[in-house]
Ligand binder design. Structure first.
Ligand code: MRU
Length: 363
């Protein structure tokens, strides 16, 4: 995607040395575009845990490249397994992390140590390139949903509500939930996006608004609690969100607050779609509420806010009284019955075991 006329992915191989990894430090956005160089598996693990990179598909791609960095230091089996375990322990909810590491290890365990580095970089590059292609396919399939609204109401923009950031910053490129919006924009369909701010870390206000703005897509940031009101008043044509893990029966773990939007959507008759690449489907789980591990993050993310002061300095302020406890569950689970349907790289399907199995019969 473009930032100020220059094409970026969120993660890439350093073109000068051919082995270190470059990422956009998302903790600095939207105030500064800072590129960080990763040189070790430990640095990659830190980038995932501290959310310099975030979003389920990008977490997976970063872990894959992190394993490459570890193998450069020691391609032996014990060190490889230790580096994979270190990367796997960074964040618990997005299944793409485990998916990418399992895929890498499946190839690498059958490879002699002397050949592992080259094979690992090739596999990590495939994971990144496939993510881009899958997201473009999600964009094409989701475009039909937006186009249908536009056809039914010619002349007025299609209002899409989204939560958190499931745009290009959450993936290697294009995004999942935002990919259909970019496809509609490219097709000349007028789209307007309601962007949930997504407390506590504000991925909507900081990241989704940033990338939509850079791409020229009309959008309005709203407080997280505004979505239900907007739906009641006919201001949302459809909701599209991403996913960190979808179970085989269609339960969806996504950023905290997604469930409440799905409840409001059902009450108001707004269609609620989840964009999900197959790398985010966990075929080993059925009951999302009981079985998906939910990340608990630091109290400080709830107790503070970071933003730009009038003098231009980026500053963090406390918004909770000293002494008050804060809790920070980072994801929630939306049961399949509240999801209108999935948008995958293979097409759209109902949010059910049969729907997913129909598109992915190999599972
Ligand atoms: O905590 P984050 O910022 O990694 O959470 C991101 C989300 O919840 C996204 O909606 C999800 O990963 C889908 S990304 C295409």
């Amino acid at each position: 995607m473009q930032i100020d006329g220059r094409a970026y992915r969120t993660i890439w191989l350093d073109p000068e040395d051919g082995w270190s990894i470059r990422i956009i430090d998302q903790t600095k956005l939207p105030w500064a575009l800072e590129i960080v160089r990763l040189t070790t598996a430990t640095e990659a693990a830190h980038a995932i845990r501290a959310m310099l990179v975030r979003g389920a598909p990008l977490i997976g791609a970063t872990a894959a490249y992190g394993l490459c960095l570890g193998l450069r230091v020691d391609p032996g089996t014990a060190a490889m397994e230790a580096a994979a375990a270190q990367l796997a322990a960074t964040r618990p909810t997005a299944v793409n992390l485990r998916w990418a590491l399992d895929r890498m290890l499946t190839v690498l365990r059958n490879t002699a140590p002397a050949e592992r580095v080259a094979i690992a970089y090739a596999e990590a590059a495939r994971i990144a390139d496939e993510d881009v292609a899958q997201n473009q396919a999600i964009g094409r399939h989701g475009l039909g949903l937006i186009a249908a609204v536009a056809r039914a109401r010619p002349g007025s923009p299609v209002n899409v509500l989204t939560h958190c950031n499931a745009g290009w910053l959450a993936t290697v490129d294009w995004g999942t939930a935002i990919a259909p919006i970019y496809a509609a924009h490219a097709a000349g369909i007028p789209v307007h996006v309601w962007v949930d701010e997504t407390r506590p870390r504000n991925q909507g206000a900081a990241l989704t608004a940033y990338e939509l703005g850079k791409h020229g897509v009309a959008h309005t940031v709203v407080a997280d609690n505004a979505g239900g009101h907007l739906m009641q008043h006919g201001k949302v044509d459809l909701a599209i969100v991403g996913a960190d893990r979808v179970t085989r029966r269609g339960d969806v773990a996504n950023k905290i607050g997604t469930y409440l939007k799905a409840l409001a959507a059902q009450d108001t008759g707004v269609k609620f779609h989840v964009a999900v690449p197959s790398s985010s489907i966990d075929w080993t789980l059925a009951d999302g509420i009981a079985e998906i591990p939910i990340e608990e993050r630091a109290e400080a993310e709830v107790a503070t806010l970071t933003g730009r002061a009038p003098d231009g300095t980026v500053t963090t302020v406390r918004v909770v009284p000293d002494g008050s406890a804060a809790a920070n569950p980072a994801f929630d689970v939306t049961p399949a019955r509240l999801v209108t349907g999935f948008i995958t790289e293979r097409g759209c399907c109902p949010a059910s075991a049969a729907g997913l199995a129909g598109l992915f019969p190999e599972h």
